[in-house]
Design a protein around this ligand. Structure first.
Ligand SMILES: [Zn+2]
Length: 217
């Protein structure tokens, strides 16, 4: 870890804190080139009501617009939490040289936490990865956020599962596979309305999985 890594991660943490203050899952990202911050962003999933509005996605989208090219070679992306599969894939597509993240995500991290996207043999670009930079600070921010949300009892609605809390995704998938009806449209010519099961039931178990994800780390 270099001093500059810590410096840029401090900025990403400050952005994550700003996200927290907007009731967003606190994740911040900074895109750096030649030792200078090119763009920066925080999670805005709730603000924009856009599930793809993760900090990493916003930072690279802005950089592409700024530089008028999708190729972001020569850049390093600092992010407080390990990128999810969507963001890691995007970072590979735009050819970021290096990814530096704070806390690992053992449930949905795509840079070695849950799996390693860059092990895919067919991937035409590989990012160098550095993990654990200001890990404790990044983790504490997330833990405090979810602890407070639990205390406020705001985690019960289905809508709130759409944040950058990727850790809930696997839990929910398991629930669907085990005891939830399958939400598939009718395949035959039978009336779809009659065939389609009720899919809105929410499992308390999935909510608990979400709430305790960071607590158990
Ligand atoms: Zn992501």
């Amino acid at each position: 870890m270099s001093i500059s890594d810590e410096t840029f991660m401090q900025r990403a943490l400050a952005l994550a804190e700003q996200a927290r203050d907007r009731a967003e899952v606190p994740v911040g990202a900074v895109l750096v080139r030649d030792g200078t911050i090119l763009t920066e962003a925080a999670n805005e999933v709730e603000t924009r009501q856009d599930a793809t509005a993760h900090a990493e996605m916003l930072a690279i989208a802005e950089a592409q617009a700024l530089l008028k090219t999708w190729r972001l070679s020569g850049t390093t992306l600092y992010v407080t939490k390990e990128p999810c599969p969507m963001c890691a894939g995007a970072l590979a597509h735009v050819r970021v040289d290096r990814i530096v993240f704070g806390v690992s995500d053992p449930k949905a991290g795509a840079c070695g936490g849950a799996f390693q996207l860059f092990d895919l043999p067919g991937l035409n670009h590989r990012c160098e990865i550095t993990k654990g930079v200001l890990r404790d600070e990044s983790l504490a921010l997330l833990q405090d956020f979810f602890r407070q949300r639990r205390a406020e009892g705001e985690m019960a609605s289905e809508d709130e599962s759409s944040g950058q809390d990727n850790l809930s995704a696997q839990d929910k998938t398991k629930v669907v596979q085990s005891d939830q009806p399958q939400c598939q449209p009718a395949l035959s010519g039978a009336p779809e309305k009659a065939q389609r099961p009720e899919c809105s039931r929410r499992s308390p178990a999935s909510a608990r999985g979400k709430l305790t994800a960071w607590k158990t780390r």
